[in-house]
Write a protein that binds this ligand. Structure first.
Ligand code: ADP
Ligand code: MG
Length: 252
């Protein structure tokens, strides 16, 4: 748990007053937060609250309006996305982004393209193990467009963990999966966490988030409205008002 004792150490990731504005749209508007090694963090928030934009900013794909990011105390705000990946931050996208003219196996291997040579070699040796763990080994030679949406999501997951990132950012990784599949992915996240991969997950399934996460953040219109113990966060009046009242049950 990210308790006060842990907080006295340097954060794995520190977000300092980050804002991303698109013209008049304040997608992310002054977010500060910390994540510590060895925890699963979750982000709740209604559609349009800026969750995906924050993820894109953390990987430095998205230009900032203001603020900065520190990984283990090192400011990487001006580091290009490719190098941020090499520093150990990996992500999945909200919508599936796989190459349909390449096999599942090749798609997963592409996840370590930007990594240093030694890491790449190690990753290539791990591809079978990773496919096994994520449950896509039997479809290794198929193309992504031959798979169900849930399976495609698994392939993305495998691609994101192949280089053994220190921080894994997951944007709605279980969208399109049934309850049993979600539970499986939740279990895998916990295993990965125990192996030292800190995670930051955007998901709408409140029950899964409470079950899976050590610590929750809640966003609304670009700002953090609550953070802390998952049970406390989902009961927080501002969160109830912004999120749980509006279509949470439908998973919208
Ligand atoms: P969430 O992931 O929480 O649903 P997003 O981060 O996708 O929210 O979007 C936050 C807000 O920023 C929305 O109003 C969205 O329309 C806007 N937005 C996101 N990306 C862009 C972009 N590239 N250009 C303009 N507006 C954007
Ligand atoms: Mg989103």
């Amino acid at each position: 748990m990210a308790d006060t004792a842990v907080r006295t150490t340097t954060a794995l990731l520190a977000v300092e007053d980050v804002a991303v504005h698109f013209g008049g749209v304040k997608a992310v508007d002054g977010i500060s937060l910390e994540m510590h090694q060895g925890n699963i963090y979750g982000v709740l928030g209604p559609n349009g609250s800026g969750k995906s934009t924050l993820l894109g900013a953390m990987t430095r794909l998205t230009p900032l309006t203001r603020g900065r990011f520190l990984l283990d105390g090192v400011d990487y705000t001006k580091v290009p996305a490719r190098k941020v990946h090499r520093m150990g931050i990996s992500r999945t996208f909200q919508t599936v982004r796989l190459l349909d003219d390449r096999s599942v196996r090749d798609n997963i291997l592409l996840g370590q393209d930007t990594l240093p040579k030694q890491t790449r070699k190690a990753a290539a040796m791990q591809v079978d193990e990773v496919m096994e763990r994520v449950g896509v080994r039997e479809v290794a030679q198929l193309r992504p467009d031959e798979l169900s949406y849930g399976m495609q999501r698994r392939v993305e997951f495998a691609r994101a963990i192949i280089g053994r990132p220190r921080l894994l950012l997951l944007d709605e990784p279980t969208a399109g999966m049934n309850t049993a599949e979600r539970k499986e992915i939740g279990k895998l996240m916990r295993q990965l966490c125990d192996e030292g991969i800190t995670q930051f997950i955007v998901e709408h399934d409140v029950e899964m988030m409470v079950d899976t996460c050590d610590y929750l953040f809640a966003m609304n219109v670009g700002k953090l409205i609550a953070e802390g113990d998952p049970h406390d966060v989902v009961r927080h009046p501002a969160v109830q008002e912004a999120y749980l009242g509006k279509g949470a049950a439908s998973g919208a």
